[in-house]
Ligand binder design. Structure first.
Ligand code: FBP
Length: 554
């Protein structure tokens, strides 16, 4: 019996590429320092909250001929939040750099996400251990979790655990929320003279942890390619059978980067973009009507089939829904403590209690929704207070409303087609795929670079590798202060410092590319079939980056 697949066997042998500036060795680096930085917003408040780590410069690494020796250092690593392809390679890069710097160095992996450092659950990562995970997808090497590291008590416990293991640096691999935690922990360690550095790594398939310094988060490349493969396959099926409208919800908690990228790789008939819906203040009814326009026109051409891409976070961007969900989030905390609500024996009873507590206009919106969606909106929030949009079946809500609207149009003699639907959700399928060559190289470089930042004594930085549309040898490695990406936002009803999420820019090149072509794609089937990610073969197929990265860095 085989214990690993043939592909995994081959991928274990892949040696990820490093930028030239890092490839000469971890002990042959020189640090170049830029000028002082400012927060992305609410500068004074962020400066006050991060008095010890605020304003540090952006740094880059350069190779030097002089080899230095590195003192012994133990490092801890945490995988935080949702899985993203390439996480294992970040740890592999970190491990290799750490051992290259000094063979006595040790790497500890905290188990199950941030809770591992609080509860002292860890494993020592050795060569034999890491070698089994090189170039594989998933976070199963040490597991992940969504515990929010933010209280004094958690920080104190983390310090105790680090002291016990003689750890002098912690690497947190996570998205915007997790790196906000990294910034808080870094500040606390400095304030308390703990002598422990904290470095973040930009992870999330959602692609919304990016800014002028961070070109993309890792995992976005592989996840979007995986979804594009699946969408392409469905397009072939739809175009063969010509009998279904496929509604495909695509993961991405808030921003629509994943849906947009997958659409640019596949050219479906309809793509909804949450940021556009919000900017145009489109109601749910308007969205449904605009989709029905396409369905009706295609039916008049004899095409009773098509592909619709729906971004996972759409519901929170529809103005009336956004207001209602925000009202719902505010009352959820009280509801959990309310015995009438927790003892309610039927969902109908719960809906009534909720409707009673909501403001009038929000009550109307809530009550107009199908029971399925109402129940999903009432599910537990994530530890950051967010609605778990991956559990809300927006694609089914749209289908139901479209069916109703089409039957009205049929009665009015304005629709002559037949509407048969299929609903899909592509999310978890893409988060643990074998990392593409791009993600394998990028992640390895991010991890290697994270240790370089540690070796130079930096803290409160995000590992940063830029110039990503160029071959890996030309990538530029360095670090960006976490405070530079922060502003104040409302969370759980309170203003908190957070890393600013990057939403789709409606005047940016990526959205404009969609805008230019979508009317054509709606009527004339211009489907593209990207096929599976290729790991071996011509570079024109194996090493291409996302359309988003290419257009944003033209
Ligand atoms: P991160 O931001 O932590 O990377 O997670 C993103 C994500 O994959 C979203 O796209 C999705 O909405 C969410 O995680 C799902 O969370 P969970 O894994 O807890 O179901």
């Amino acid at each position: 019996m085989k214990t690993i697949s043939p592909l995994q066997e081959e991928r274990l042998k892949y040696q990820p590429k490093l930028p030239d500036s890092l490839s000469k060795g971890i002990n042959n680096l020189e640090l170049e320092t830029g000028s002082a930085t400012e927060a992305a917003g609410d500068k004074e408040q962020i400066k006050e909250l991060f008095a010890k780590t605020y304003g540090n410069p952006v740094v880059t690494f350069k190779t030097t001929g002089n080899s230095k020796s590195s003192p012994v250092k133990n490092v801890g690593v945490i995988l935080s939040g949702g899985q993203a392809p390439g996480g294992h390679n970040v740890i592999a890069g970190l491990f290799d750099a750490l051992k290259q710097a000094n063979k006595e160095n040790k790497l500890y992996g905290f188990l199950g996400g941030p809770s591992g450092i609080i509860d002292g659950k860890y494993v020592e990562i050795t060569k034999d251990f890491i070698d089994k995970y090189r170039n594989t997808g998933g976070f199963d090497i040490i597991g992940s979790g969504r515990t929010k590291l933010e209280t004094e008590e958690q920080f104190k416990k983390s310090l105790e655990v680090c002291k016990k293991l003689n750890i002098s640096a912690v690497v947190i691999i996570g998205g915007d929320d997790s790196n906000t935690n990294a910034a808080l922990l870094a500040e606390w360690f400095v304030k308390n003279d703990a002598g422990i550095q904290v470095i973040g790594c930009p992870k999330t398939i959602d692609g919304d942890l990016k800014n002028e310094q961070i070109e993309t988060s890792f995992g976005f490349d592989t996840a979007t390619k995986t979804y594009a493969e699946l969408i392409g396959n469905i397009q072939r099926d739809a175009n063969s059978a010509k009998k279904y409208w496929h509604f495909i919800k695509i993961m991405g908690r808030s921003a629509s980067h994943v849906a947009l990228e997958a659409a640019l790789q596949t050219q479906p008939n309809i793509v909804l973009i949450s940021e556009e819906v919000e900017a145009k203040k489109m109601s749910l009814e308007q969205i449904v009507n605009s989709m029905c326009d396409v369905i009706v026109k295609r039916a008049s051409m004899g095409k009773n089939f098509g592909i619709v891409i729906v971004p996972e976070g759409l519901i929170e961007f529809i103005p009336e829904m956004k207001t209602m969900i925000s009202n719902l989030n505010d009352i959820m905390h009280d509801l959990e403590a309310d015995t009438a609500y927790s003892n309610a024996t039927s969902t109908r009873e719960r809906f009534e209690i909720v409707a009673d507590r909501l403001d009038d206009s929000n009550e109307k919106v809530f009550s107009s929704l199908p029971a399925l969606i109402k129940s999903q909106l009432l599910m537990d929030r994530d530890p950051h207070g967010n609605v778990q949009v991956s559990r809300i079946e927006t694609e089914k809500l749209l289908i139901e409303m479209i069916r109703t609207r089409l039957s009205e149009l049929k009665q009015q003699g304005e629709y002559i087609g037949k509407f048969s639907d299929q609903a899909h959700f592509f999310g978890y399928e893409g988060r643990c795929a074998f990392p593409s060559n791009f993600d394998a190289d990028y992640c390895y470089s991010l991890g290697f670079n994270a240790f370089a930042l540690i070796n130079f004594g930096l803290t409160g930085y995000l590992s940063c590798v830029k110039n990503l549309v160029k071959p890996a040898s030309e990538w530029v490695a360095g670090g960006v202060p976490l405070t530079m990406m922060m502003n104040m936002e409302k969370r759980h009803g309170e203003m908190k410092p957070v890393i600013k999420k990057a939403l789709i820019k409606l005047d940016g090149a990526v959205f404009k590319e969609l805008e230019e072509h979508r009317d054509d794609w709606a009527m004339n089937d211009r489907y593209l079939f990207p096929g599976a990610i290729q790991y071996f073969g011509p570079s024109s197929v194996c090493d291409i980056t996302t359309v988003t990265l290419q257009l944003e860095n033209k």
